[in-house]
Design a protein around this ligand. Structure first.
Ligand SMILES: Cc1cc2nc3c(=O)[nH]c(=O)nc-3n(C[C@H](O)[C@H](O)[C@H](O)COP(=O)(O)OP(=O)(O)OC[C@H]3O[C@@H](n4cnc5c(N)ncnc54)[C@H](O)[C@@H]3O)c2cc1C
Length: 456
């Protein structure tokens, strides 16, 4: 047990002091913690990279940093990791063996368990949650006694693959590993969304950006390379990307939007300056984990990400542009960061954002809105308004690991699998020990309503 101290997340929008903090080194220690806090609230801290209060608890916080084992199976087809392993450490371990993960996000600083818990995704593949083959979870039996269960099939696995910690403390999980591969990429401009989507056939891993105030489309074209070797000056490209995009662009955004608070400078940045620093002819091939990640964590920011089905993407983008333009004209908020859009294939889960449970199988598109300025209220007002509108019109879903303003009604509307998910959680946590305020506001909202109705 460590002394009580303030815990803050990456975005510094969440901070709290748990009554007890633990860093267990074994399953037995975790079970003892669950026994001690069986009448309280237990939450897990991964790397703290989520922007919502999923980690928050006034009672027990469990940090699994010491559960760091990694084991690749003899047939090299799967890897089992402790819940404290960071994605970067796992990618390195796999790469040394000529392997990698089937799907990763933009950065590799999160814990594998934390990323899986929230449906973390990249572009052109399923989310990481979809791929989970089994998990060991510390939870409670029907009499409220702590126990460890292995979940490897059926409804329980589909629930556990993305559960935001609502089913218990994930101790270990197994994911498939795939042979290491190389990715070929270049940045190109496209005139409209239609032509961006047409490019998907030849560039299935692409992600794209709607550039604010220019309202043009920049596509990070990406596909699996035929050859496993670096080409096109990949080392130089890495340096360029770090210096120009990860650092210089962010400094310019900070200067124009945060320091000067100048709408004109932000417009100038995106309409005139940014195109000067992009080189559409530069095609580069590099190892997948290098090419697909960036140092997006150098500047603290706040992000909300909204998922819509492919059939709603064009209308959803129109709404985003409309709302941001109006806010800009009124002077209430100047959007100052490229809007990244990524395609996520349908997940076999109950409540990850790309879950296909109970909905027609189609790809989902994640639209990301980021602010680098503080105070954040102007951004939050606009983002919350957009989230509500997109939820009502398109049953949009919000990323479980990002800023999540909406309450239970939006979650219910978005996830037909929510009822089954909640029922499964009841089997792992009959007394609701893993439910903090955030989970009660979002996924367990209906239960609260029922309880209130029953007691009324
Ligand atoms: C700079 C940056 C870039 C990002 N890029 C992407 C991206 O490209 N794609 C994307 O989808 N997301 C992205 N994210 C979001 C991020 O992947 C998720 O928020 C992820 O959950 C963070 O992992 P973590 O280890 O920090 O978990 P935490 O934030 O610590 O925890 C997340 C949630 O999972 C629960 N949890 C964590 N570990 C366990 C466990 N062992 N057992 C039970 N519950 C657990 C926590 O209680 C909490 O509710 C990004 C975030 C940042 C800050």
């Amino acid at each position: 047990m460590t002394a009580a101290s303030t815990i803050s997340n990456f975005g510094r929008n969440i901070s709290f002091v748990p009554r007890r903090s633990y860093r267990p080194r074994s399953d037995e220690e975790v079970l003892r913690i669950l026994e001690t806090h069986r009448d309280g609230t237990v939450r897990v801290l991964g790397a703290g990279h989520s922007w919502n209060s999923g980690i928050e608890t006034s009672d027990a916080l469990v940090d699994l940093r010491h559960l760091r084992h990694m084991h690749v199976d003899g047939d090299r087809k799967r890897v089992t990791v402790g819940a404290g392993v960071r994605i970067g450490a796992l990618l390195k371990h796999l790469s040394e063996r000529g392997l990698t993960l089937p799907s990763i996000g933009l950065i590799d600083r999160q814990t594998v368990a934390g990323a899986v818990a929230t449906g973390t995704h990249g572009s052109g593949r399923h989310s990481m949650s979809h791929y989970v083959e089994s998990m060991r979870i510390a939870c409670y039996d029907a009499d409220g006694r702590a126990e460890v269960r292995t979940v490897d099939s059926g409804r329980a696995l589909r629930a556990a693959r993305c559960s935001v910690g609502a089913m218990g403390v994930v101790l270990e999980l197994t994911l498939p590993s795939v042979p290491q591969y190389y990715v070929r990429e270049r940045c190109v401009w496209r005139p409209d969304l239609e032509s961006v989507l047409e490019g998907e056939a030849g560039s299935p891993l692409q992600q794209f950006y709607l550039i604010p105030h220019a309202w043009t489309w920049l596509v990070h074209e990406r596909s699996v390379a035929q050859e496993n070797r670096r080409t096109g000056g990949a080392a130089l490209y890495r340096v360029y990307w770090l210096a120009v995009i990860d650092v210089l662009l962010h400094l310019c955004v900070k200067f124009s939007a945060s320091l000067m608070r100048s709408r004109r400078l932000v417009h100038l940045l995106y309409r005139r300056l940014l195109p000067l620093f992009l080189f559409p002819r530069w095609r580069v091939t590099d190892r997948s984990d290098r090419q697909l990640t960036m140092r997006h964590d150098l500047f603290r920011h706040l992000e909300m990400e909204v998922f819509v089905k492919r059939e709603h993407l064009a209308a959803a983008v129109d709404s985003v542009v409309d709302v941001l333009r109006k806010a800009d004209e009124r002077g209430s908020y100047v959007h100052h960061y490229p809007i990244c859009i990524r395609r996520v294939l349908p997940d076999d889960t109950l409540i990850s954002m790309a879950s296909c449970h109970g909905v027609e199988q189609q790809d989902w598109y994640a639209i990301s809105l980021i602010t680098l300025t503080e105070p954040r209220e102007p951004f939050q007002r606009v983002a919350a308004f957009l989230a509500e509108g997109l939820s009502l019109r398109f049953c949009a879903r919000l990323h479980w690991g990002k800023w999540l303003p909406s309450g239970g009604a939006g979650v219910e509307r978005g996830y037909p699998g929510l009822g089954e998910f909640v029922a499964t959680c009841g089997e792992f946590d009959p007394r609701g020990v893993f439910r903090n305020r955030f989970l009660r506001r979002t996924m367990f909202h209906q239960m609260g309503t029922n309880l209130r109705q029953n007691s009324a």
